[in-house]
Design a protein around this ligand. Structure first.
Ligand SMILES: Nc1ncnc2c1ncn2[C@@H]1O[C@H](COP(=O)(O)OP(=O)(O)OP(=O)(O)O)[C@@H](O)[C@H]1O
Ligand SMILES: [Mg+2]
Length: 204
């Protein structure tokens, strides 16, 4: 199952929760992947430590290849690294995510992650996606791709309001139920696809 951990409010524990849930999942013997979509890279540092190499394959390179003319894109697995914990892998973040953001948005690459996750689901039992504190291209990608959404929030009134707003924002995306209907939207030549969230997690 694919889970996105999202709140457009910062500092509410998204990265901490992502890494801890993923660690528990791996400890339980499930093949687990974390995808770090936040250019701050906190989950990446949590999982790889402060001495991690700078030139790792990463999620930004995964997105970037869709902007280039290549005969055949590399599979998403090529952008995944092992962590020191057995069964826990990571698609690391990169500062390049910020640079690519507007290009990816303007070229309508919103379904790229969803399509990759459908293939990765064969290799991983649980996938956790950490997101930046914003409702931007990357968080929309993750919300569309995931089957479940966790919204962590602090226990004060401002945070509760932010969480309610966040939930309403997520639900405003038009839900669909099947891949077929979403594929139809993507292949339309007369109009651009409308990003949609899976109805299963909207209900839950
Ligand atoms: N359950 C918790 N109880 C107390 N402190 C926590 C808890 N979860 C996270 N923290 C602390 O809160 C701080 C922010 O956590 P974290 O980086 O996970 O938030 P975030 O939502 O990912 O932030 P950002 O929006 O900047 O990505 C960290 O110092 C973390 O150690
Ligand atoms: Mg974070």
């Amino acid at each position: 199952m694919q889970h996105v951990v999202f709140n457009q409010k910062g500092g509410v524990g998204k990265s901490t929760i992502t890494c801890n849930l993923a660690a528990i999942s791996a400890w339980q013997g499930l093949r687990t992947l974390v995808i770090d979509l936040d250019s701050q890279g906190n989950s990446t540092r949590y999982l790889l430590g402060p001495d991690m190499p700078e030139d790792l394959p990463n999620v930004a390179e995964f997105f970037e290849q869709s902007l280039k003319f290549t005969i055949r894109d590399k599979g998403a697995t090529e952008f995944i690294v092992n962590t020191q914990w057995e069964g826990l892998d990571l698609m690391p973040s990169s500062p390049l995510l910020d640079e690519l953001h507007s290009k990816l948005e303007s070229r309508h690459k919103i379904y790229k992650l969803r399509d990759a996750l459908e293939l990765l689901a064969e290799d991983y039992d649980q996938i956790y996606i950490d997101t930046p504190p914003a409702l931007n291209f990357y968080t929309r990608c993750a919300l569309i791709a995931a089957q479940g959404c966790l919204i962590p929030f602090d226990c004060d009134d401002f945070s509760r309001r932010a969480a309610t707003h966040c939930w309403k924002t997520c639900r405003r995306s038009r839900p669909t139920t099947t891949r077929t209907s979403r594929s139809k939207a993507s292949s339309s030549t007369s109009s651009r696809p409308v990003p949609t969230c899976p109805s299963a997690w909207c209900r839950s």
